[in-house]
Ligand binder design. Sequence first.
Ligand code: NDP
Length: 328
Amino acid sequence: TRVLLTGGSGFIATHILELLLIEANLFFWYRHSVVTTVRSKSKAEKIKAVFPSYGKDRLDFSIVEDVAQKDAFKDAVLSTPPFEAVIHTASPFHFNAKDIQKDLLDPAVIGTTGILQAIKDRAPSVQRVVITSSFAAAEWNPMTLEQALSNPPSGYTASKAFAEKAAWDFLEEENPKFSLSTILPTLVFGPIVPGIHSLGSLNTSNQLIQAITMGVAKERIPDLGGYCWVDVRDVARAHVEAMESTTAANKRFLVAAGSYNNRIIVDLVRQNFPEYHSALPLESAEGGNYPDGGTFKIDNTRSKEVLGISYRRLESSVVDTVNSFKTA
Ligand code: NDP
């Protein structure tokens, strides 16, 4: 399959890229070739250096500096041979927005509608589009624009809900030739890829694990968190399966391994990494428990049945995450 992957330098996207390339290696009759968008030439160079054995015919790049710009994907959707599938992951995930509309909402929403419009107008060969949405958009998060603009975490959550809603609306109103699948991951942990990612600019969802290993939670374990988690490699697998499976068409997939709290993460780091003991909170430290009244109930049945995902365990995810920090 000829695939366009947006945001190739991202935490989740790098794992999708790896799967697309490696899967095609294992089964030579089943080769994918990928063009991935990045914001700069230097990011393309970094990715290329991590996958040195793939030539231009298997891994190529296209520069899209800002998905919120009008016609950002006009050229990126064109390819020889033509694209058959698109996986759209590029969207801001951070809480340091100064202008929530411009920094979070616009790239999420305009990025999504922009790529769908470009595919419809200029890439009629595309049959399946997979979009990375979020648990934050599940149950059709009913946030208003006013709530979205009130603080960056709300802005991020709303950006995902507004963007996914805009995608389904696009399908209904524009009736394009392609079908859509959306992936809704909970908070994603898992190894970063040294050479592409660094501790200085760590993706948002791994930051708490890094903070714990650096002694930030020594006095008190933070309570904040998503309380539901999933490993990045399972999220990547869900995207690729959704791209390939005919039964995944026009479905939303909640991709979630289970519940966690920050105290459990601290305990897993303690059990597996004696070298971090002096940085960790004392066993008597307070905080990091589930909120009073419990947390979300998640149902990941559809992801198992349709996409065949078998979820990794929290311990192996945390261990692999911390080990990846050591080499980054
Ligand atoms: P990253 O921050 O690692 O990846 C985000 C990607 O989007 C990067 O490649 C980034 O490029 C790109 N990007 C952001 N803004 C723009 C823009 N304006 N124009 C062009 N590219 C842009 O985060 P993740 O990999 O975690 O996130 C990927 C997707 O997964 C996002 O859609 C996110 O909302 C979603 N998601 C993530 C979860 C998680 O816990 N990690 C949970 C649920 C959903 P660059 O690095 O060059 O800035």
